[in-house]
Structure formats: structure tokens, C-alpha cells
Ligand binder design. Structure first.
Ligand code: HPA
Length: 234
């Protein structure tokens, strides 16, 4: 047990999928895994371990934003030996070429700051996905026929942004979408020699104002989970 995860040693798989929403962790585990066991419910941040095609997998909620994700990822890596960590989440589209329901595979994650800013200080570290995972996710998405984009995303610190000029610069520089967790996930994975990737469904669009209706969120979310699972074991 750690401060934020109630699982016993051995309860957590080396491969962990990380949705922000703990109820999505529950839905994904019950939908895609076999022999599912609840391994964490501290603070309601549900985590489940089961098997997918015979491989042991944990699906653990990370909460919203990099400070929350950092707590779970630190403990998953340092205390439970997680080695492959894949964020499965939603993002806001930032380019005309990206549509609601599309999947974005985040090759890099720009940010204004992350919880690791205290370490990097004046350095502009470039958080990037693990190449083997990214390559396998591209293959999995192509096999599924999901419209997929690979490129840079923006990990913001705020959902209700009072600085639209920052988004404008991101759009101008080709950033595909905005979410709130991937940059710190990539940094922690790099620090601890783990593999990480963010597989994101476009749930809303900053340029068009379109948003995925709630009844369609589950199906789109399912595509992303399958891409993540295939990438992890591909
Ligand atoms: N901003 C930040 N995070 C998000 C968004 C957004 O528009 N959509 C989904 N996650």
C-alpha cells in the first residue's frame, strides 16, 4: 500500500492504462479485461487489474491535471514496478484537420509548466512518447480503421483558460489538441526508464465548438482502449 493506492504488492501489472476518470477505468476494465479485480478505491480513484489476451493489465484512474497524475504515476512506478504507462483520455481538437471522434497519438507534449518545472528550471525539456509504443499504436489504429493523427499536443494546467493567446500560439505551431496530463506522464516515464504514450479521443473542438454527445463518448472511448491495449502488447 502507498499513500494513494491501496493495492498490495503484486496486485498491479507492469502495464497500466491511465484514464483521468475513475469510472472510465471501471468501464474499460469491465468491457475489455477478463478476471477483473478491484485493486484500489482510495479517494474513489478506482483501479482494476485483469487480463487481456492473457496479458496482465491494470487500469487505474489518474484524476484530472498533471499534479494528480504525478501522484499516481510516481507510486505506480516506484512502489509497484509499472513499466509501460498509457494515458487513455480525451482532448480538445486544435486544428481544422482534426475532427471530434478522431484519435490523436501524442508524439510530444508541450506545456506552460509541469510538476517537474522545479527540476528543469530554465531548461525547456521536450517530453516525448516512447517510440515503440507510438509505432505499435499507429499500427493498431490503422488495423482498426480509426481516423488517427500523430503529432504534438498541449498539456495545459487549466481547463477554463483565461489566456486564449496561448492556445492561438499552439494552433499556429501545429499542435493537434489540448489536454491536461500527458507532458508530466512522459517526463516521469523518461526519468524512471519506463515507456509512456497518450492515446486521446477528440471529445470537443476549440475551433469549431463541436462536442461529442455524451451517448457517443463510450464508443469512441472504446476504440482508444483497444488501440492502447494492442500498442502495449504489440
Ligand atoms: N482543454 C483541456 N483539456 C481538455 C479539453 C480542453 O478543451 N478537452 C478535453 N480535455
Amino acid at each position: 500500500m502507498t499513500v494513494h493506492i491501496g493495492a498490495q504488492p503484486g496486485d498491479i501489472a507492469e502495464t497500466v492504462l491511465l484514464p483521468g476518470d475513475p469510472y472510465r477505468a471501471k468501464w474499460a476494465a469491465e468491457t475489455f479485461l477478463k478476471d477483473v479485480v478491484l485493486v484500489n478505491e482510495v479517494r474513489g480513484m478506482l483501479g482494476f487489474t485483469g487480463t487481456w489476451n492473457g496479458h496482465k493489465v491494470t487500469i487505474q484512474g489518474s484524476g484530472m491535471g498533471m499534479p494528480s497524475l504525478s501522484i499516481y504515476v510516481n507510486e505506480l512506478i516506484k512502489d509497484y514496478g509499472a513499466k509501460t504507462l498509457i494515458r487513455i483520455g480525451s482532448c480538445g481538437g486544435m486544428q481544422d484537420s482534426v475532427a471530434v471522434r478522431d484519435v490523436i497519438l501524442a508524439m510530444t507534449a508541450s506545456s506552460l509548466s509541469t510538476p517537474s518545472r522545479g527540476i528543469f528550471r530554465e531548461l525547456n525539456y521536450a517530453p516525448s512518447a516512447d517510440w515503440s509504443l507510438l509505432q505499435a499504436a499507429v499500427k493498431a489504429a490503422e488495423a482498426k480503421g480509426t481516423t488517427t493523427h500523430v503529432g504534438g499536443i498541449y498539456s495545459s494546467d487549466v481547463f477554463y483558460d483565461e489566456r486564449p493567446d496561448l492556445n492561438e500560439q499552439m494552433v499556429r505551431h501545429g499542435i493537434l489538441g489540448v489536454e491536461m496530463e500527458a507532458a508530466e506522464l512522459y517526463i516521469l516515464a523518461a526519468r524512471h526508464k519506463c515507456r509512456a504514450l497518450a492515446v486521446l479521443t477528440v471529445s470537443d473542438h476549440l475551433l469549431t465548438g463541436e462536442a461529442l454527445p455524451s451517448d457517443q463518448r463510450e464508443t469512441s472511448f472504446g476504440d482508444m482502449v483497444e488501440i492502447a491495449l494492442n500498442a502495449a502488447f504489440g
